[in-house]
Structures are given as structure tokens and as C-alpha cells.
Ligand binder design. Sequence first.
Ligand code: SAM
Ligand code: SF4
Ligand code: F3S
Length: 457
Amino acid sequence: MIQRVYVESQGCQMNTYDAGRVADVLASEAGLEQVARPEEADLLLLNTCSVREKAQEKVFSRLGRWRRYKEAHPGVLIGVGGCVASQEGADLLRRAPFVDLVFGPQTLHRLPDMLARRQAGEGPQVDVAFPEIEKFDRLPEPRAEGPSAYVSVMEGCSKYCSYCVVPYTRGEEISRPVADVLAEVRQLAAQGVREVNLLGQNVNAYAGALEDGDSADLGLLIEAVAGIDGIDRIRFTTSHPAEFHSGLIEALRTVPELADFVHLPVQSGSDLVLKLMKRGHDTAAYEELIARIRAARPSAVIATDLIVGFPGETEAEFEETLAMVDWVGFDGGAFSFVFSPRPGTPAAELTDDVPQADKRARLQRLQARLHEQQAAAHRALVGTTQTVLIDGPSRRDPNELGGRTTGNRVVNFAGDPAWLGRFAEVYISDARAHSLRGRAVAVEGEVMDHAAAGAGG
Ligand code: SAM
Ligand code: SF4
Ligand code: F3S
């Protein structure tokens, strides 16, 4: 009898969100308890990512370990979900015949039925279809974990950038109706959630049905979410430069709950590379958009994603990326990667004469530049006071509290664990490479003793 499930999620925030829903649906429909360590579980689920080769390798190394565990513990079942499962389908069983369940991002709500059939003695179960948006109609109420929550507002991607697997693993873009999203946010707010992060691969392409038959863009959705009692901070991830419509700019201008943070992947600073990537915009359009965002919200912190070593990328084209980084100033940091050819994508077929060593050297140069920018942005905050949503113990020191500023910067400081889930005003005393340190000067619902508040800094 399967009673306890361990769910591990790799890859992006959409996968993290899905993993939470997997646990919810197995709890409500199959009575399974979620556990924090694989050794405590009799069902092991891996929510996988295939965006780069390394991510995919990580899947098979984790499954190798789980196979040995299963062999030593008869009765244990293994399931694989997410993007590798979606891409491989039943083929996954050829490479990993010990797997019992293969489910996709759109079929995770069917897991309880798949599990029941497997337990009834049927063979391995595979279901990686894209049944439109059925999943959201079938999922139970989400369980909040802490004051901050993800809410998926759309699924899939229809951009087909030439290097990317996501449209093949997640299907075409499809938006959830506005009323559904708002109902989910209300359920989370009722459980004490203060901050929601609206998720989609191209979240700014959101076009959700309204009850009157019209459709709402992301700006309108953000306004409606801001109107929900208890929700004091809203984020959205990830935006695509080609569809950052005026409604969203307007929301940045007028919705105070909307955080000072925009993650806007640019991938390259070369027009030729952007064209080969099929991003649908050039560098001038990106820079113009940054200017519009900053005009609407001067305090916006900008983060990005960058790929170096795209097939045929010349030294000069790479330097254009460095110039773009200098011009924009990604004070929110950047995820940067060496191009990874993914089977089935058009870019994997391009002739590539750039040596791997050059690609790695470019990545190092780029990252050094990005780190400098972020360090300078952190130093500039020393001596200011920031509003931080306290979301848990600090990662570095469990005796401290941690949280994020509106600009998405991690701040650690001494404080009372009872403050978890509240907003605090924190004086920033010190800047580190990836975080800030400070001391709380005011906390919601607390009368501060200033001597004690100052003690932590
Ligand atoms: N939808 C978002 C966008 O368009 O920017 C992000 C999608 S992807 C999950 C996250 C990042 O992975 C991308 O922004 C890109 O920088 C990187 N990425 C995707 N495919 C890649 C590949 N084949 N090789 C290297 N990096 C890749
Ligand atoms: Fe991939 Fe491009 Fe879609 Fe982003 S927009 S998920 S990079 S295809
Ligand atoms: Fe990875 Fe799939 Fe997300 S490929 S990055 S888990 S959409």
C-alpha cells in the first residue's frame, strides 16, 4: 500500500508549481502524505527538466540512484513527470524500465488514477497528452507553504525560439480564465499568503477569458489580483520582450502592489544572433522597452537570461552582448548559459564552428561583468531601509531570518521566528555577492525595542 510520496522538482518555477500540485492532488485523491526525504517514501516522483543537456543528465543520474533504492525496497514505485517525461513519453521506459509512472505537465491531475491502475497490477502507466487546460479544472485547492506562492496563469509556449525545447514539452500557450486565477489567489490569501508570483513561460502573453466573453491581458489580471484582500505584493515571471504590452507598462506605473522587478530575458546583444534565435525582436526594440519600463517605474530592478556560444557566434557578436549588458545594467542579475544543442530543435542543426573552450571563456567573461553589476547594485543599497517579506529562516544561518525586497534581493537579519510571513523594514548594513545583511527597524504588528532591533546588524 502506497502511503507516502516524495516529490523532487528540477528546472523552472513552472515545474516547482506543478510539483506542489502533484502533492496536493495525491493528498486529496489518494490520501498520500508528502515527506521531505526519499528514504521516508514509498512513491518517488521526479519532476524533470530538459532545457539543457546537463539538466537532462541530472534526471538520469537521479533515476539511477532511485533504481538501486527501489531494488533494495520492494513495493516502492517511481514516477517521472515534467519536460523529459513529456518529450520521451513511453520511450523513457526503454532507458529506465524500472519506472512505473510517466506523466506530463498537463496530465499530473491524472496521477491518482494512474497510480491506482499500477497498484492493481497493470503495467507501467504512461500519459503525457496535452489535454488543453483540463488540469486546472481537476486540481484541488492549493495548500500554501509560507507567505509567498506561485500561481500558474498560463501554460506552454508558442514562440518556438530556435534553440528551445519548451514548446515541444509544454505545448502551445494557453491561458487560464481570469476567474480561475483569482479563485486560486483568494484560496492562497485565506491561508496567509501575502505575495504571489504569476507564472508562465511568456507570462506577458496572458490572455485570459473574462466572464463576459472578453479577454484580459496581464496588466488587467495584475490589477484584479492587487484587489484581493491580503495580497500585498505581486510578481510575474517570465516576460518575453516581444509581447510586453502597454497594459503591463500601465500596471507598472499604477499598481503599487506590483514589485519593482522585471525579469526580461534578452539572450543576446547581437541582432544577427537574435534573428537566428528567432526571438522576434532586435536589440533596439529591447532597449526601447527597457526605457519604457524605467519611465513607468524608475525603481524597477531588471534581470535577464543570456546564452553565449550560439552556433557561429563570433567574438564581435559576443562583445555586442557585453555592450548590451553595460548599456542596460542588469542590477537584478542574470542567468547565463552556454548554448546547449537540444535534439529536435532547429538550432541543433546549425553548423557550429565555435570551440567549446571559447564558449566557456565567453561565459566566464560575461559572468564576471554581471557579478560586478550586481555587486555594485548591492553596495548602493547599504545605508537604505528596505521593505522585506520574511519568508523563512536564512539559508546561511538557520538562527537568522531571511526575506526579499521588492527588487527581489535576499536580505538576512536577526529576528524572532514568530515574524515569519510579515513585512519588515530592514536597515541594510552590509552587502554580500548574492545577498544583503541588515537589522529590522520595524516589523508589522510589533512594537520594536530599538536596542534589541539594533543588536543583530
Ligand atoms: N520563456 C523564457 C524566455 O523566453 O526567456 C525562458 C525559458 S527557458 C526555461 C529559461 C532560459 O534557458 C532561457 O531564457 C534561455 O536563456 C535558456 N535556454 C533555453 N534553451 C537553451 C539551450 N538550448 N541552451 C542554453 N540555454 C537555453
Ligand atoms: Fe523557450 Fe523561447 Fe518559449 Fe522562452 S519564449 S520558453 S526561450 S521558446
Ligand atoms: Fe525545464 Fe521544462 Fe521548465 S524544460 S526550464 S522544466 S519548462
